[in-house]
Structure formats: C-alpha cells, structure tokens
Design a protein around this ligand. Structure first.
Ligand code: SAM
Ligand code: DTB
Ligand code: SF4
Length: 387
C-alpha cells in the first residue's frame, strides 16, 4: 500500500481516535474501544476477529448501542426486475448466461407489475424496496434505462426508500437515478481484491470501485457488502471490510450475504459457511462501519432462529423481508414477524429524506475519483451482450 494511503487510513479516526501502533507487520498492542474507530486496517480487523467469540460479540454490541436505536430492524423487500441472461461470469450467480442453470429468465418488468410488488411490500410493513437487474450495467439514453427511471419515480412516490442494483454506472446515470428518487445504490465488492479474479473475470474490482465512486459523487447512499462462502479465506473477508471501512464517505449499508449455492454455477457444491463465522463477520462489520446498517442478507433460510438472534446481537439491523430474494428463497414474512416479536425487535421507519453519508472533506475521497470516460466506455463495450 502507498505510504500516503496508509497514513490516510491511520488518520481516519473520530472521537478518541488513537491506536497504539506496533512495529510494521505486527498487530497493534492495544485497540481502543472500537466504537471510536471510523476506519480500520486489516491488522485491527484480524485482531478483533481472533477474539474469543463472546468478547467480539460484546465489543460489537457496544458499538451497536452507541450508533443505533436499540431493538430496531430495517425491513427491505427485493424484486428482480430483470432476471437472467447476464453477460458476466460471477461464479456464484445463477443469472449469468454463461452457466447452465435452472433459472427462468425474463426481460425488464413493466412498470405496473413492479408497482404491484412495491405496494404489496409496503402493505406488508417493508420500508425499503430494492430492485435488482441482471445486467453488467446501464447506459443513459437507452429505452431500458428510461424505463428504470420511470419505475423509480413511481416507487419513490409511495414514500418507500428506493434502492436499485443495476451493475456498472457512469456519473451521468448516477445523477439521473438520484433525480428520479433513488435513495441507495447497491453495488457489492463481494470479496477481497485478491480473491475477486478467482470469482469474476469479465469485470474487475477497479470497475466496481469506479461505479461506487460515481454513486458517491451523485450524492446517493452506497450499499456495499459481500458474500461469504466463495472459497475465500478469513483474510479475504477482512480485506473486504478494510476496504469498505475506508470508503470516504462510508457506505450507508453493508449487506452480508451467505452463498446460496446455485446448481449449474461453478460454486454449486461449496459448503455452507459455519454460522459462527457469519456472526463473527457481522460483528466485525458492525465495528468497522459503525454508522452503516448491517444487513443480514442472502442465506437466512439456512439459519436457525438462534443464529439469526446472535447476528442481531452482533449488530445486524436490517434484513430482506418477503419470501423471495432475487431468484432464491427467503424466509416467509410471517415467520420473520414471529421471530422479530419473540426477540422484541421492531421495524425501523423509512427515511425517504435519507441523506447520503457525506464526504470527510479533510481527507481524500475513497474509492479515488476515477476516469469517467473510461467508465462509460467500459459500460458501452459490454452492455450489448446482456439479453
Ligand atoms: N448485476 C448487478 C451486480 O452484479 O451488481 C446486480 C444484481 S447481483 C445479483 C447483486 C448481488 O447479489 C451480488 O453482488 C451478490 O452479492 C449477490 N448474489 C448474487 N447471487 C448470489 C448467491 N447465489 N448467493 C448469495 N449472494 C448472491
Ligand atoms: C445483496 O447484497 N443481496 C441481495 C441484494 N443485494 C441485491 C441479492 C441476494 C441474491 C441472492 C441470490 C438470488 O436470489 O438470486
Ligand atoms: Fe449476476 Fe450481477 Fe454478476 Fe450478472 S453482474 S452475473 S447479475 S452478480
């Protein structure tokens, strides 16, 4: 890492913001109460992750109590507005056109159909409506992007928070989405930069970071997280958190997905992640990005109520709610309501005025401002492959 970048990371502290530094290559001697940390480096995260389970949980819960109202969980509903036929080769994804999966593809849904789902989500108590499209990215001026903008305007008018995940975006597309009423843009980094090329070869980590920068610049809240179970190491998981923790501005939410193994994809036979490792990841995310909502995302159908309760204690304060994710199953809404009631948890109210986290102007933006022309070119090159 460049000296300046490292110095920046070390400086990005708030509150009592000081860490006892050890010699290069060694873990710091002490970590001050993590609630005061705004950005973290790998060594700190490794030290946290290695703590005895309950010590880590206690630390994470203390951070949670400082930053978030106790007992509130955000309920988000997902809808796949364009399914399958994607040009990309993400090894976990059933929507890639490169794998022979059992998925039924569909073109971009009509506005009315999306609105029926959005109203139902609102009526069921969901406060955020997240729309996903199996595209490498979108380009302004195309009919399908115009259709997405029209859908966003209508959903926003319902008073729900509106999140979209459409793949790669240029600066202009990001601005148009913001003007249409998008409150958050989901773009996951999924794993470490080191492991990413083992999972995806059709776009790069840099491409992902550039889109995130464009979203930040447009003043849209960034939702950025990852997936556990991609044959990654613990270091890969913590590198992901290190990078997200050093975003400037930091993300508004961090989804932690567990791989849903999809028949036909290269990762179809990957084993389930140890639930204790999932809880540890949630706890580290809570400490690394204290002001972000940490979303316990894909994979809840394979978790017991007790493990989910541990995740909430460790700092998860958002879930996908409703029986479907994009293409896979999620717990029944009624089952989730019973669980939340048992735990005394209530729904977090929607915040349509959701202000994107602001840039700390005393420090460099991160991801670094990219070359927007390159970004648009990148999108234009491959969009034609999506069906
Ligand atoms: N195409 C866009 C993109 O890649 O950003 C948006 C849709 S993509 C399906 C959104 C996210 O869903 C991925 O980044 C990944 O984190 C998650 N995801 C996809 N398939 C998954 C699976 N089988 N298990 C867990 N998470 C998955
Ligand atoms: C995120 O991090 N998880 C959601 C949402 N963002 C778009 C997607 C999960 C997808 C799980 C697999 C599927 O349903 O296809
Ligand atoms: Fe799936 Fe998104 Fe990758 Fe396409 S870009 S294969 S939809 S994760």
């Amino acid at each position: 890492m460049e000296g300046l970048a490292l110095a920046t990371m070390l400086l990005r502290r708030c509150g009592f913001g000081v860490i006892d530094r050890a010699a290069p290559g060694q873990a710091p001697a002490t970590i001050h109460p993590p609630a005061f940390c705004i950005s973290m480096i790998l060594a700190e995260l490794q030290e946290l992750h290695a703590l005895p389970f309950f010590d880590l949980l206690k630390r994470a819960h203390a951070v949670h109590e400082k930053f978030w109202p106790e007992g509130k969980i955000q309920l988000c509903t997902l809808l796949s507005i364009k399914t399958g036929g994607c040009s990309e080769d993400c090894a976990y994804c059933a929507q890639s056109a490169r794998y022979k999966t059992e998925l039924e593809s569909h073109v971009l849904l009509e506005r009315d159909e999306v609105m029926t789902h959005a109203r139902a989500a609102k009526d069921s108590g969901s406060t955020r409506f997240c729309m996903g499209a199996a595209w490498r990215g979108v380009r302004g001026g195309t009919p399908r992007f115009e259709q997405v903008l029209a859908i966003v305007r209508d959903v926003a008018a319902l008073g729900m928070e509106v999140c979209v995940t459409l793949g790669e975006l240029g600066p202009e597309e990001a601005r148009q989405l913001r003007d249409a009423g998008v409150t958050a843009y989901n773009h996951n980094l999924d794993t470490s930069p080191e492991h990413y090329p083992n999972i995806v070869t059709t776009h790069t980590y840099e491409d992902r970071l550039r889109t995130i920068r464009n979203v930040q610049d447009a003043g849209i809240a960034v939702c950025c997280g990852g997936i556990l179970g991609l044959s990654e190491t613990i270091t890969d998981r913590l590198r992901l958190l290190e990078i997200i923790s050093n975003f400037n501005p930091q993300p508004e939410s961090v989804p932690i997905n567990s791989l849903m193994p999809m028949p036909g994809t290269p990762l179809a036979e990957n084993p389930q992640v140890d639930p204790f490792d999932l809880v540890r990841m949630i706890a580290c995310a809570r400490i690394a990005v204290p002001a972000a909502k940490v979303r316990l995302s894909a994979g809840r159908t394979r978790l017991s109520d007790e493990v989910q309760a541990l995740c909430f204690y460790a700092g998860a304060n958002s879930i996908f709610y409703g029986e479907k994710l994009l293409t896979t199953d999620n717990p029944e809404a009624a089952k989730d309501l019973v669980l939340l009631a048992k735990l005394g948890l209530q729904s977090l109210l929607p915040d349509r005025s959701l202000e994107a986290p602001v840039l700390d102007s005393g420090l460099p933006a991160y991801p670094a401002p990219g070359d927007s022309e390159e970004c648009l070119l990148g999108a234009a090159l491959v969009l034609a492959d999506d069906v």
